[in-house]
Design a protein around this ligand. Sequence first.
Ligand SMILES: CC[C@H](C(=O)O)C(=O)SCCNC(=O)CCNC(=O)[C@H](O)C(C)(C)COP(=O)(O)OP(=O)(O)OC[C@H]1O[C@@H](n2cnc3c(N)ncnc32)[C@H](O)[C@@H]1OP(=O)(O)O
Ligand code: CO
Length: 134
Amino acid sequence: MIGRLNHVAIAVPDLEAACAQYAGPLGAKVGAPQDLPEHGVTVVFIELPNTKIELLYPLGDASPIASFLEKSPAGGMHHICYEVPDILKARDQLISDGARVLGDGSAKIGAHGNPVLFLHPKDFQGCLIELEQV
Ligand SMILES: CC[C@H](C(=O)O)C(=O)SCCNC(=O)CCNC(=O)[C@H](O)C(C)(C)COP(=O)(O)OP(=O)(O)OC[C@H]1O[C@@H](n2cnc3c(N)ncnc32)[C@H](O)[C@@H]1OP(=O)(O)O
Ligand SMILES: [Co+2]
């Protein structure tokens, strides 16, 4: 079902410092910050030759990143995103296999303008999974 690795997301307590580190010592191509209020995050994408890194910073009162950073104040790996060709087919298959889709179960539009949804980390070896239809 899953295809390419689209991105690995890292929650960070200081977005400016994280961008400076990736652009400086790590020598990566760092994009511009993008506010996604409907997801409660500000994101910055870092382009690597074979995938992307998504830096996540909390936005608004109900941000999922705020609660993550409360438990891990130094930041840390937050989720991994896999590409799927048909997100509703993938969702229905995973639900029938017993996986929990987060939120109301509907796909929402993510940072790349594509439909995305999230799968509960407790159902996938402690790793929060994002699926993106590409
Ligand atoms: C879509 C825009 C953009 C893009 O790429 O296009 C993004 O990626 S935005 C990314 C931000 N959005 C989300 O993360 C949406 C989905 N996330 C959620 O619904 C919540 O964050 C959830 C349910 C994963 C965690 O909710 P909460 O913070 O309230 O914590 P809980 O206490 O309910 O957590 C239960 C349990 O899971 C563990 N946990 C929490 N977050 C993670 C994580 N990122 N990775 C692994 N495990 C995680 C948490 O520690 C709890 O474990 P326990 O043993 O019970 O303490
Ligand atoms: Co993501």
